[in-house]
Design a protein around this ligand. Structure first.
Ligand SMILES: [Zn+2]
Length: 428
């Protein structure tokens, strides 16, 4: 790419940035939490259609994907609103390498709406940041991918290879949205997942399992409990938790043998994400449910890890006289994710490195994550090098989540040059 073309593209990104932010804000206004994604995906389908993509908009059918590698079990939820949208741009003549740009539009709940400075689904720009649930993770990333291509168009070009813009659901709970794109037949020479982990190439991500533990108590009148009659399901959950939490330290200790994670301070986290039970203050809770997010070191066999979780729960139950007789029930009800490493030396990393250097004036670095993204699907199950690189997000999944606008603009510039480099350009 000559210097004039490069400058034209960068100027086009800057000129379109205000519109990009408006579009991002429109996305953030949708409270697209799990089970409430359909309206947002209709919006995405309309937006991509208006921008000249040929759009595939479909409802995910668990039956289509349940036997595929990478499938995560779906329990306790229905997929009535689980739609995917893929917009395809096709050149007149294919000269470059095709690209998937994959982002998720599902967001996690706001934690506690009352503690946000302004409501989570009313985006606010202040002090160089956009605040809102999903502003960082990762609606701004998906919007940046779209606006990088819009910038190429305003500069008079389009990608000289097919681009598949994937707007998916289920990233925050299973990954089945990205998996459904694979089932649908989408494949490319490379994939970009614009998650907001910063302008650095994510070298590795951990695996992840969601586990649900159901405990049945013995509901008797609370005043009888002192006679050792009945069993309080919530108290039994509290008994079980330290056994499960111990897995975190044990599995982190295994990192010493890992080629990538040995340098990470604390890759594995076991999080008690939800604890529920009881229906009346003066009754002994009849049931309790604990839901755990369990990190898995990259390279571990998920079947083996599931067995370790089951064994640990059995140990906890055996240590309590009531639970020994009435063991808790274990269900895997979401994430069943393998870890993923992007091996150094890929062409896609080189292309991103060139684009990063042109914008930031320094070589791109890499990072190792204790989180999970949809990048694994392309890398592990399609043999497609898959790259995570994005803007800087603050407080993802927290209160007052935001994206740094300066980083977002720089990263959009990088995306535009990267797409030009990877796909090549053809004049419109
Ligand atoms: Zn995300």
């Amino acid at each position: 790419m000559d210097a004039t073309t490069r400058q034209r593209i960068l100027d086009a990104v800057d000129a379109g940035f205000a519109a990009q932010l408006e579009f991002t804000a429109d996305m953030v206004r949708f409270p697209s939490m799990r089970g409430h994604e359909a309206a947002m995906q209709q919006f995405m389908a309309d937006q991509l259609t208006a921008r000249g993509y040929s759009v595939d908009h479909w409802k995910i059918d668990v039956g289509d994907i349940k036997d595929m590698r990478g499938f995560a079990p779906v329990e306790f939820v229905d997929y009535a609103e689980a739609f995917n949208v893929v917009g395809t741009l096709t050149p007149r003549e294919v000269k470059g390498r095709s690209l998937i740009i994959n982002g998720h539009i599902d967001v996690v709940p706001p934690c506690d709406e009352t503690r946000w400075t302004t409501p989570p689904f009313e985006p606010r720009i202040e002090g160089g940041r956009m605040y809102g649930r999903g502003a960082g993770d990762m609606k701004s990333g998906l919007a940046a991918g779209i606006y990088a291509i819009e910038a190429l168009k305003s500069a008079g070009f389009r990608p000289a290879a097919p681009v598949y813009l994937q707007s998916v659901v289920e990233e925050e709970c299973t990954g089945n949205g990205a998996l459904a794109c694979i089932q649908r037949g989408y494949k490319a020479d490379g994939a970009l997942v614009p998650e907001p982990f910063g302008a650095s190439i994510m070298r590795a991500e951990v695996g992840l399992i969601w586990a649900c533990i159901d405990i049945e108590g013995d509901p008797q009148h609370a005043s009888a409990a002192f006679k050792n009659v009945g069993a309080n399901a919530l108290e039994k959950a509290i008994h079980i938790w330290p056994f499960m939490k111990r897995l975190e330290a044990e599995w982190n200790a295994r990192k010493v043998d890992h080629p990538v994670y040995k340098d990470h301070p604390h890759p594995i986290r076991v999080n008690l994400g939800k604890l529920s039970g009881g229906d009346w203050v003066s009754s002994v809770p009849a049931k309790a449910r604990m839901e755990l997010r369990i990190g898995v070191l990259e390279g571990e066999d998920l079947a083996k890890i599931r067995q370790e979780i089951a064994d640990r729960l059995a140990e906890a139950c055996a240590a309590d006289p009531y639970l020994a007789e009435h063991p808790a029930k274990l269900t895997f009800h979401g994430f069943m994710a393998d870890g993923y490493v992007l091996q150094p030396g890929s062409d896609i990393e080189a292309a991103m490195g060139t684009a990063h250097q042109a914008v930031f004036g320094e070589p791109v670095t890499s990072t190792i994550s204790s989180a999970v993204t949809d990048a694994r699907f392309f890398g592990l199950y399609q043999d497609t090098p898959s790259l995570v690189y994005g803007a800087t997000c603050g407080l993802p999944h927290g209160i007052d989540e935001y994206v740094e606008l300066d980083s977002l603009q720089q990263v959009t510039r990088v995306y535009a040059l990267f797409i030009a480099e990877w796909c090549g350009l053809e004049a419109i």
